[in-house]
Design a protein around this ligand. Structure first.
Ligand SMILES: *[C@@H]1O[C@H](CO)[C@@H](O)[C@H](O)[C@H]1NC(C)=O
Length: 378
């Protein structure tokens, strides 16, 4: 019994020592779907042997490193919420860096996290108060004052190999973070953003050069008001021919002159006209112009039948083919009618000839009869 106060006292001492040595909580704010690094490290001690673990305040197991193993490669006990989403930095272990990254933060991840590294003085090396903000996507100025409007995206310059894209975000407050991203959400290296401030609002222009075809996004994020908005643009670079443009140059009742234009294709495409049965039509000499290895081709053909015609651009080398169709209606006389008219004409001629022969026969008969009558009278 006499020991109890001492035991109590030691527990108190130990607790206060631990609590007293606790680091200040660090606040970290991120947006939904972002990756967040929770920092934790210790000086002059190796975590390789001692290991470390991360828990939430409500005792959920977030991450454990023990004897070179983690939850990701064998250890059990990790909370379902964090499974497959939390990683440490193996290359930082030697420098006793016990930081972790939570991938694709969720609003539910918000809370307090503690990092423990077994140690004599203070086990808790880091306390993180994480707030994961829910993003109000695509809300405009009218909904939230200061929210960035949808970015304005333009292609400033383009060749076969690259495109210079520009993004403008006008009149936002607080100042948004403006980024270019590829279709996988990776942030692209960009030029230094140009930022100006007018009437308490920020105007930001950000340029990037892309070197492959695909969808690219300019994203404006205002973490403070949990607002994010983006504009997506498609960049077409490979030199693959785009859809030909086809037109009827001029048309009479009997024929039409069709024109097909293929622009900015590289390598040089084969361009030809087909009728609806897939037969290649005779066409004039194609007009070819070349500019920096990229070809413009104009091909005309004359058609005399009502049909659906197709202009095809084919680039064998890059296994690319694309076409555009046009329907041509001509007031031609249908062949059926011509045949009918011909038959009618032949029949008509036949009938006339027959009539003439019959007439002659009839006249001869009449004359013979008259002669007979005259002979009888004499
Ligand atoms: C620990 O590693 C992370 C990830 O590489 C890094 O961001 C952080 O700065 C490192 N901390 C220290 C103290 O070196």
């Amino acid at each position: 019994m006499a020991l109890t106060p001492i035991a109590c006292f030691s527990v108190l001492m130990w607790t206060s020592a631990t609590v007293g040595a606790q680091p200040e909580a660090t606040r970290i704010n991120v947006m939904e779907d972002e990756d967040v690094i929770l920092p934790c490290s210790i000086k002059a001690q190796t975590i390789k042997a001692k290991g470390f673990d991360w828990k939430t305040q409500d005792k959920k197991e977030v991450f454990l490193y023990e004897n070179g193993q983690t939850y990701n490669d064998g250890l059990s006990g990790q909370d379902q919420q964090f499974r497959g989403r939390v990683f440490h930095f193996p290359d930082q272990i030697e420098s006793s860096n016990a930081s972790i990254v939570i991938q694709g933060a969720k609003v539910a991840d918000s809370g307090t996290y503690t990092c423990r590294i077994p140690s004599v003085s203070a086990e808790i090396r880091s306390i993180i108060q994480l707030t994961v903000g829910h993003i109000l996507k695509d809300r405009t100025k009218e909904n939230i004052p200061g929210a960035a409007p949808r970015p304005y995206v333009t292609t400033v310059d383009q060749t076969n190999d690259w495109a210079l894209l520009q993004c403008e975000v006008d009149g936002a407050f607080p100042e948004p973070r403006v980024e270019w991203q590829d279709s996988d959400g990776h942030v692209l290296p960009s030029e230094e953003p140009q930022v100006s401030e007018k009437g308490g609002r920020f105007y930001i222009t950000l340029r990037t050069t892309v070197t492959k075809s695909g969808n690219f996004r300019c994203v404006a994020t205002q973490e403070e008001i949990f607002h994010q908005i983006y504009t997506e643009t498609f960049v077409h670079l490979s030199g693959a021919a785009s859809e030909p443009s086809v037109t009827i140059l001029h048309q009479t009742k009997e024929q039409a002159v069709l024109q097909c234009v293929v622009r900015g294709a590289s390598p040089k495409p084969d361009v030809f006209w087909l009728d609806s049965s897939g037969k290649v039509l005779p066409a004039g000499e194609p007009k070819i112009t070349e500019r920096g290895g990229s070809y413009d081709i104009i091909l005309q053909t004359t058609v005399t039948k009502t049909d659906r015609y197709r202009c095809v651009a084919k680039q064998e080398e890059i296994n690319h083919q694309i076409h555009q169709e046009i329907y041509v209606h001509l007031n031609e006389v249908p062949t059926g009618w011509i045949v009918a008219a011909l038959i009618f004409f032949v029949l008509l001629v036949g009938a006339v000839v027959l009539l003439v022969i019959l007439c002659k026969k009839f006249n001869k008969l009449k004359r013979d009869k008259e002669q007979q009558r005259q002979t009888e009278t004499y």
